[in-house]
Write a protein that binds this ligand. Structure first.
Ligand code: NAD
Length: 298
């Protein structure tokens, strides 16, 4: 395809979803951020979670983040209020019945995601695209749980979603060119920069990031340095905006462990083995910022 016709077809793909209803599964730190950016781009959004408190907290977070954008002068108060008004919430999965795109951002567990995609396949319109924000679980395996694997794709937003520019778009083995073009165009219409990658454990972002975080945790366990020292070395020495342990706490230590397990199982190389100290923290419920304690206290 020539570059001209390729960009023409992706802009028509975006146009055909302009203002379309989007459902987001999971209202946690990623789910509410994803709902926020779709609503801000003019999409009516249904945010669905099994936990009613998580839905309330998710909606409150969207309101707080929109308010912050108003105070910074990034959006006006009327636009922010209109965006918030586009976000509906539900604890029932059949609320996906009129969604053209579903983005799943539930807890990083493969059994859970497989079950969710079986449900979504049954309840969402036949032509809807089913995307997962998974950090590491194989899109090919998730897609195989549905009768529409060509319409299943990874749409991996970065945390915090309203701020971060990248969307890693992951093609499963069966994902069609049309689905990929539509999702690339959709991410662009959200003001993000999509990057297309193929489905291997951890994709690109976490294949490279998680071994670094894991190594930083080994450095803590072996007493090479304190968390503060390790983070300062990486910030000032490598010009990283955030040290690896601060970032791990921000991502969630349970999510980091789940991703490392996927890398370890999927690639079979001992270099990906999760650090025992990470396992211990997760077992203790020290999950980072979201639980109030991880490598730091919040
Ligand atoms: P989180 O723990 O903040 O939120 C997960 C939410 O999923 C919770 O509100 C929970 O109630 C809900 N949930 C659990 N089971 C559900 C079900 N059956 N149906 C509907 N909702 C359900 O987690 P998070 O950090 O938002 O991560 C969500 C996803 O995003 C994971 O797949 C994770 O790997 C991915 N991700 C996370 C980050 C990050 O930095 N945290 C970055 C990119 C991608």
């Amino acid at each position: 395809m020539s570059q001209q016709s390729s960009s023409a077809s992706s802009s028509s793909a975006a146009a055909h979803l302009a203002g379309a209803r989007v459902a987001v599964i999971g209202a946690g730190q990623m789910g509410n951020g994803i709902a926020h950016v779709f609503a801000a781009a003019g999409h009516p959004v249904t945010m669905i979670d099994v936990n009613a408190d998580a839905l309330q907290k998710g909606r409150d977070t969207i309101a707080k983040n929109l308010d912050r954008q108003v105070k910074k002068g990034a959006v006006d108060a009327e636009t922010a209020a209109a965006a918030l008004a586009r976000v509906a919430t539900s604890t029932a999965f059949d609320a996906v019945h009129d969604a053209r795109v579903v983005v799943e951002a539930a807890t990083e567990r493969s059994d859970l995601k497989f079950r969710i995609f079986e449900e979504l396949d049954r309840l969402a319109p036949a032509d809807a695209i089913l995307a997962s924000n998974t950090s590491s679980i194989a899109i090919t395996e998730i897609a195989a749980r549905t009768k529409r694997p060509e319409q299943v794709i990874g749409m991996h937003f970065m945390n915090p979603v309203p701020v971060m520019q990248l969307v890693e778009v992951i093609r499963g083995l069966a994902t069609s060119d049309a689905t990929t073009a539509t999702v690339m165009a959709l991410a662009t219409a959200l003001g993000k920069t999509p990057v297309e990658v193929n489905d291997f454990p951890g994709f690109v972002a976490n294949r490279i990031l998680m071994p670094m975080i894991n190594e930083a945790i080994y450095c803590v366990m072996e007493g090479v340095g304190t968390p503060e020292a390790i983070d300062t070395v990486m910030k000032l020495g490598m010009n990283h905006p955030m040290g690896p342990l601060t970032l791990a706490d921000f991502i969630g230590l349970d999510t980091c462990l789940a991703i490392l397990e996927v890398l370890h199982d999927g690639l079979g190389d001992p270099k990906y083995r999760p650090c025992p100290l990470l396992r211990k923290y997760v077992a203790a419920g020290w999950l980072g910022r979201k639980s109030g304690r991880g490598f730091y206290q919040y």
